[in-house]
Design a protein around this ligand. Structure first.
Ligand code: EAX
Length: 329
């Protein structure tokens, strides 16, 4: 009887300690809110669902992910990251586009034509360079869990077919809130307008802007073919994505739950990238089927034309980091 009493008191004491430190009773699962701004057919959502499944499995139900798609918790990615920083959002799946506004060093990955192809992307972002960039995010109270994928960005517009850099001159193009992208399009003679993703479709529909640029998967899953006629396969920037977490929330988890979350985030990254890459050709054919006029300009001409941006930011990010990325085989 005495042993039973001591056992019960021990359990009670442990529960009170857990409750005191995490505010969570040992039995209640921890629910983390994940926000993104894309549709439920888009890769971030597919990746987030895979993440939720993996996290539940790896934590044996101790942690659950609740997904808020389509900008429900923040109209654009910058707003979602702001919510993450103040703790109203726990996790965000986002392109790196606006992240440079929080941690300037992250802008390096948004340089035009920095990444050659998918194998180059994976070697850089899943290796020490990528890990270093993820670690940098803690300067802004953000835990970088893993690099997901948005993809190689292509140009759509309503004015004209784009076959060479000169064809971009004078186009009023929406860009992400990203100074490197804006600089590159200014160098091409376009008129870049930074705009949150949630406003792009309507702005194209109303003719406030002539065009935008995004990977095939975003153009397809957000029906840009309904509001833009021309698609140029420029592949002018590889756009990484990120799975981010509020750093204090992350540190509040036990080491075991932290490990499980990181593992799940990285496994979901591979799943999400695979989904994008396996569906790219099919989605492009569908865009043609919806009537988009697709051109395949000489990328070398665009690479040459955007070289001034490259040179300008080389000084800012350090030539050695850029050389390391370019030199990764
Ligand atoms: O992250 O804002 C953008 O153009 C992004 O590529 C899109 O929202 C997916």
């Amino acid at each position: 009887m005495k042993a039973l009493k001591i056992g019960f008191l021990g359990f009670l004491a442990t529960s009170l300690i857990i409750l005191g430190t995490t505010g969570i009773s040992p039995s209640a699962p921890i629910t983390l809110k994940l926000a993104h701004v894309v549709s439920t057919s888009a890769p971030y959502h597919i990746g987030a669902m895979e993440l939720a499944k993996l996290v539940e499995q790896k934590t044996k139900g101790q942690v659950k992910i609740e997904i808020f798609p389509g900008g429900q918790l923040g109209k654009g990615e910058r707003e979602c990251i702001e919510g993450l920083q103040i703790g109203t959002i726990d996790l965000v799946a986002t392109s790196t586009g606006p992240v440079g506004g929080f941690v300037p060093q992250m802008l390096v990955v948004d340089l035009p034509f920095l990444f050659r192809d998918n194998p180059h992307v994976d070697k850089v972002l899943d290796g020490p360079i990528g890990e270093g960039l993820l670690k940098d995010l803690s300067k802004a109270g953000i835990k970088g869990i893993a690099f997901w994928e948005n993809g190689f960005r292509n140009l759509t517009n309503n004015k004209r077919a784009v076959n060479k850099p000169e064809d971009v001159k004078g186009l009023k193009l929406r860009t992400m809130e990203n100074e490197v992208h804006m600089d590159a399009f200014r160098t091409l003679g376009a008129d870049p307008t930074p705009m949150t993703w949630g406003e792009v479709y309507t702005s194209l529909q109303q003719g406030v802007i002539d065009g935008q640029e995004n990977p095939i998967n975003i153009i397809r899953t957000h029906k840009i073919y309904e509001v833009n006629k021309y698609l140029a396969l420029t592949g002018h920037v590889y756009s990484p994505a990120l799975l981010l977490m509020n750093e204090n929330k992350f540190k509040g988890l036990s080491p075991e739950l932290q490990k499980a979350l990181i593992e799940a985030g990285k496994e979901a990254a591979q799943f999400e990238r695979k989904f994008i890459r396996e569906n790219e050709t099919k989605m492009l054919e569908e865009l043609k089927g919806f009537g988009m006029q697709v051109s395949a300009p000489d990328k070398k001409l665009f690479q040459k034309a955007t070289e001034p941006t490259y040179k300008k930011y080389e000084a800012r990010f350090g030539k050695d980091l850029i050389d390391k990325i370019v030199g990764t085989k």
